[in-house]
Design a protein around this ligand. Structure first.
Ligand SMILES: Cc1cc2nc3c(=O)[nH]c(=O)nc-3n(C[C@H](O)[C@H](O)[C@H](O)COP(=O)(O)OP(=O)(O)OC[C@H]3O[C@@H](n4cnc5c(N)ncnc54)[C@H](O)[C@@H]3O)c2cc1C
Ligand SMILES: *[C@@H]1O[C@H](CO)[C@@H](O)[C@H](O)[C@H]1NC(C)=O
Ligand SMILES: *[C@@H]1O[C@H](CO)[C@@H](O)[C@H](O)[C@H]1NC(C)=O
Ligand SMILES: *[C@@H]1O[C@H](CO)[C@@H](O)[C@H](O)[C@H]1NC(C)=O
Ligand SMILES: *[C@@H]1O[C@H](CO)[C@@H](O)[C@H](O)[C@H]1NC(C)=O
Ligand SMILES: *[C@@H]1O[C@H](CO)[C@@H](O)[C@H](O)[C@H]1NC(C)=O
Length: 540
């Protein structure tokens, strides 16, 4: 690939970028400044023993837009184990990007850390807004090929992305100095063509959207709750769901989810409360319990509820509801290699990724950020993610406390294919880190080349593989849920979140999870409407 000279690029790109940013016609939503209309509570009494049309478990990236959409026509309980993101500067303020990950605790911190069986550190969100409240905020759609492959309705997908984007997604007015350097070094390393600003997933270098606005304020999935109906939406925080309540109809041989058991997140494990699915009078169709607890949370709740591999449930004395081997299977985490570009300790302002380089048939994705190492030191890094890895792992219970992590193993780089790609990624990162643009920024001479011996690079990969937090699977479509996200062989139970994916969509997954909550919410409303019409016709 031909390398363009940095200087020429500067000359070429600067006017182009100015033009580009000047012509962006994004709408900037006004932030609901403390005038929250929807009801948030942590008072168990307001919810215990009550019935709702829908119960959404997990107020995360997918759960919030889903609950908001369903509440337009039905009563909805959204139940979240963490607290509110509002008023927490570590979540809201871009200056503190990455800080929630620096210090975590077992039960309360907004980021819950977990370590995979192979020893790779990872985190998941534990707050209303879910992982969208602690992540890099990088927003990029899935490709059309992905949408076709999973069989979604293209038109509704587009409308749903646009709905999300009009509320919580922003285009940068300018790049930070470091993101500009990142952009130039990607181009220097041959990530071409240059695509300017775009929300689409495509080859080359581009600037993408962000959930951080022009004032450096984060908009989480929780902001989408403002689109719900405040009269029918109840948001219970600080409450952890323990299990699903089932009813078995022997005559029909039918198992139906009829509610949930939950505890106060800082309470006692045995002090359990219940909430139920309402049986409407004028319709034979009923709402669902919908798990949106994330790629670790949803398979964990299914297992704790008695749906999963029989032997595993027996080991933990959980009464069997349904023997389903696939629960917890197919866990994947995109392997990631990160290289630090600053050799000296720094204390810079954290800087989330805004620019991305995509190459190798969309298999390799490179982003860069400045992240806190601890409370007074930062590191500047480039991280390469392997999209579509073939290695798969599994999730199992480790205990029966829903607040603690299950055990998860991703089998990073177990397949030869993934290892070959990892070596490629490492070579690319090396080229980027040693670019003239980076050297210029750091005021250092260009760094030495990493080793180029294939064996050393393989070892480097093995030792340094880490996460880029795009883990998914565990309740995959076709294995645990059907294409309507309904759990096989159970009535009234769906799953909607990253656990249903067999592949992480797009450049990064958040955009598609936000979209999916909206998309499936509308699908469910349409399905109910069609059902209602047919009921009326049958029983006039
Ligand atoms: C540090 C980090 C950085 C990332 N950076 C980016 C990025 O820049 N761009 C991007 O696109 N993606 C990024 N990602 C990935 C992306 O954020 C996630 O893939 C996505 O948010 C997952 O959405 P989800 O709906 O599946 O789960 P989540 O958003 O995690 O939501 C699950 C929710 O369920 C709740 N929950 C779990 N169990 C229970 C229970 N038993 N009872 C009640 N509630 C429960 C959790 O507290 C959580 O709020 C990042 C992720 C992390 C962790
Ligand atoms: C949730 O719990 C946290 C920690 O105990 C507390 O600070 C917060 O006020 C609670 N949230 C609500 C809405 O009560
Ligand atoms: C069913 O009746 C309730 C009032 O009892 C009404 O609010 C609702 O719209 C009706 N459902 C449908 C689908 O018409
Ligand atoms: C960072 O701060 C801690 C105290 O908060 C201090 O002990 C430590 O020496 C500091 N480290 C650096 C590199 O300044
Ligand atoms: C739970 O996890 C710990 C730490 O990984 C491990 O030592 C232990 O064996 C696990 N227990 C079960 C029952 O899986
Ligand atoms: C009842 O349903 C389950 C799962 O749907 C099935 O495996 C089982 O064979 C059925 N039993 C009878 C008696 O039909």
């Amino acid at each position: 690939m031909e390398l363009l000279k940095t200087k020429q690029l500067h000359n070429l790109l600067t006017p182009l970028l100015v033009l580009l940013f000047a012509s962006l016609s994004f709408s900037f939503p006004t932030e609901p400044k403390g005038n929250r209309k929807w009801h948030m509570t942590s008072d168990i009494k307001e919810v215990a023993d009550k019935a709702y049309d829908y119960i959404v478990v997990g107020g995360g990236t997918c759960g919030c837009p889903l609950a908001a959409t369903l509440s337009r026509k039905f009563s909805v309980l959204l139940i979240e184990r963490g607290g509110s993101p509002y008023g927490n500067p570590l979540i809201i303020n871009k200056r503190y990007y990455g800080f929630p990950l620096v210090e975590t605790d077992r039960y309360m911190s907004v980021a819950q850390s977990f370590i995979s069986q192979e020893g790779v550190r990872n985190v998941r969100g534990r707050v209303l807004g879910g992982s969208s409240a602690i992540n890099g905020g990088f927003y990029s759609r899935a490709s059309e090929e992905f949408v076709t492959k999973v069989g979604w309705d293209k038109e509704l997908v587009k409308e749903s992305y646009e709905w999300v984007e009009s509320k919580v997604v922003f285009s940068p007015w300018f790049l930070t100095p470091w993101q500009s350097v990142a952009e130039f070094s990607l181009l220097e390393a041959g990530f071409l063509p240059y695509n300017g600003f775009s929300l689409e997933h495509m080859k080359g270098t581009k600037i993408s959207g962000s959930v951080f606005d022009e004032f450096g304020k984060r908009h989480t999935a929780a902001d989408l709750l403002h689109e719900g109906n405040p009269n029918t939406l109840t948001v219970l925080v600080n409450a952890t769901v323990k299990s699903i309540i089932f009813h078995h109809n022997g005559k029909k041989n039918e198992t139906r989810a009829k509610g949930i058991r939950f505890i106060q997140s800082n309470g006692i494990l045995d002090e359990t409360h219940e909430a139920y699915i309402r049986k409407p009078k004028n319709s034979t169709s009923r709402g669902d319990v919908i798990l949106a607890a994330g790629a670790l949370g949803s398979p964990q709740i299914l297992l704790l509820s008695g749906i999963g591999p029989k032997e595993q449930l027996k080991k933990f004395n959980i009464p069997l509801v349904l023997d389903m081997k696939e629960v917890g299977q197919g866990m994947q985490d995109n392997p990631c290699i990160a290289v630090l570009v600053d050799s000296k300790p720094q204390n810079r302002v954290p800087d989330p990724p805004q620019v991305v380089g995509i190459t190798d048939d969309l298999k390799i994705i490179v982003e860069s950020s400045i992240l806190p190492q601890n409370f007074n030191a930062t590191r500047v890094n480039f991280a390469a993610k392997l999209a579509m890895p073939s290695s798969k792992g599994m999730l199992e219970l480790n205990n029966t406390d829903p607040r603690l992590n299950p055990s998860v193993k991703f089998n990073y780089l177990a397949s030869e294919n993934d290892m070959v790609e990892c070596v490629k990624m490492t070579k690319l990162l090396d080229r980027i880190a040693r670019s003239k643009s980076v050297a210029l920024f750091l005021g250092e001479s260009r760094q030495n080349k990493l080793t180029s011996f294939e064996n050393d690079l393989r070892n480097f990969c093995k030792k340094n593989v880490r996460t880029i937090y795009h883990y998914h699977g565990g309740c995959r479509v076709g294995s645990v849920v059907d294409k309507h996200y309904k759990v096989f062989n159970v009535k009234g139970l769906r799953i909607l979140d990253g656990s249903t994916f067999s592949e992480s969509p797009g450049t990064n997954p958040m955009a598609t999870l936000l979209m999916l909550g909206r998309y499936q919410g509308i699908k469910i409303l349409r399905e109910r409407e069609a059902n209602y019409d047919s009921n009326v016709k049958e029983n006039p």
